[in-house]
Ligand binder design. Structure first.
Ligand SMILES: Cc1cc2nc3c(=O)[nH]c(=O)nc-3n(C[C@H](O)[C@H](O)[C@H](O)COP(=O)(O)OP(=O)(O)OC[C@H]3O[C@@H](n4cnc5c(N)ncnc54)[C@H](O)[C@@H]3O)c2cc1C
Length: 386
């Protein structure tokens, strides 16, 4: 029999945005949990990825009294900047009531979530890689063989994590889509010239995003077969300047580069017995849609509410509905992410998917700047409220 310390109501695997947000949401409601993370604290706090928290996620922090401590001071996202064939095109997000999204780099969000969780007395263990075991009461096994049982295991451990691997074959279906190209992902130590800028150009898509006062992310569409060795620093700067049709004012030093094949994935259902999947463990969207981190936060919001209902009222209805509730949203966002990704890439290089797709994408893009209806739909998806 496990000892008393080796049992927690909720065991959260992974201290990324979904695991840490869930941990904080549960602590606010007095539900005991443990967060187990395989990497060390420094690695987790420095990991640079996303940069925008949408309106729906901001509201999830607000309704629990956490907005100021988690996203306070982050600037509001009011629109999207494009450079189409070298011409600046600013897309003001029309839905005023939805303008609560914030520019908040993922590493800042994660650091704040860790700080608040620990200040509130949360149990967070770094350097703790686990395997997950299915059963009447699911459990995790730590590296030293110790076991922690839970009423529930929250699999917040990303697409290569241990939780999805614990679900028996045949219980979950994996739906996936490859876009057929990759992004070269570049991190520099210089401040950005502008918050968000997406270049549509015949040589391919490019983007520049702010990631805090001392970091910028640049992205370049490239063929799937490319390797990092194909992209020496000089080639990166030259290609960015070609696609943006302007010099990059603050280049800085390139501190990281890698290749990310653009792909989407959904695991269905997102629950199996007492095991529930959140964030990238359950679904991947291409980074072009800026929705991965937000979907992870929306999962944490919905799952926390389901657990509160269960522990306070002995009512399982929201838990039983968790997977269906989230999959409705997730597929809606996959639809948006696929359309947006196709549009900004097809509108650039006609050689990518042909002249017909290119012209359709150009028409779609133009409509965003001329039609309030098209703009409103995009604004609502960006806000996470569609
Ligand atoms: C280059 C890039 C750019 C992106 N840009 C954006 C963007 O602009 N906007 C956006 O919304 N999203 C973006 N994303 C996606 C976003 O970063 C992810 O969707 C988000 O991090 C998912 O959060 P998560 O909590 O599900 O997983 P993660 O943040 O990946 O956290 C999972 C955690 O689980 C831990 N773990 C794994 N296995 C185990 C184990 N066995 N035991 C213990 N711990 C384990 C991992 O170490 C990790 O810390 C981007 C992603 C990339 C790669």
């Amino acid at each position: 029999m496990p000892t008393e310390e080796a049992s927690k109501p909720v065991v959260i695997v992974g201290a990324g945005v979904s695991g840490l947000a869930l941990g904080n949401f549960l602590l606010r409601e007095g539900i005991d949990c443990v967060v187990l993370e395989r990497r060390d604290r420094d690695h987790v706090e420095r990991r640079q990825r996303a940069g925008v928290i949408d309106t729906r996620a901001t509201r999830a922090f607000r309704k629990r009294g956490l907005e100021d401590r988690i996203v306070g001071g982050s600037p509001v996202q009011a629109g999207l900047g494009f450079r189409v064939d070298g011409q600046d095109r600013w897309l003001d997000l029309v839905a005023d009531e939805h303008r609560e999204g914030r520019f908040c780099p993922q590493q800042v969000l994660v650091r704040n979530l860790i700080t608040v969780f620990e200040q509130e007395g949360g149990d967070l263990r770094f350097g703790t890689e686990v395997t997950v075991e299915d059963g009447e009461r699911p459990r995790v096994r730590l590296g030293d063989g110790a076991i922690i049982e839970g009423d529930f295991i929250a699999g917040c451990d990303g697409s290569h994590g241990a939780t999805r691997a614990a679900i028996p074959e045949g219980r979950i279906t994996r739906h996936s889509h490859e876009f057929g190209y990759a992004w070269l992902v570049v991190l520099t130590d210089a401040p950005p010239t502008r918050q968000t800028l997406m270049a549509i150009h015949s040589r391919g898509f490019a983007a520049a995003f702010a990631r805090g006062p001392e970091a910028s992310r640049f992205y370049l569409q490239c063929p799937l077969g490319d390797t990092v060795a194909d992209w020496p620093d000089e080639r990166i700067w030259s290609e960015l300047e070609t696609r943006f049709c302007e010099p990059i004012a603050t280049k800085g030093t390139i501190v990281e580069k890698g290749l990310v094949p653009l792909r989407s994935e959904v695991l269905s259902p997102m629950s199996h017995g007492g095991i529930h999947l959140l964030g990238d463990a359950a679904h991947i969207v291409p980074p072009s849609s800026a929705k991965g981190m937000n979907l992870a936060l929306h999962d944490a919001d919905v799952f926390a509410e389901a657990l509160v209902r269960y522990y306070e009222k002995d009512d399982r209805s929201l838990l039983d509905a968790y997977s269906d509730t989230r999959l409705r949203d997730v597929w809606n966002y996959q639809a948006f992410a696929t359309w947006f990704t196709d549009t900004v890439h097809d509108a650039g290089d006609p050689g990518c998917r042909g002249e017909f797709r290119h012209r359709v994408a150009r028409a779609d893009l133009a409509r965003l700047f001329t039609s309030d209806t098209a703009n409103r739909l995009l604004s609502e998806f960006i806000a996470g409220l569609n």
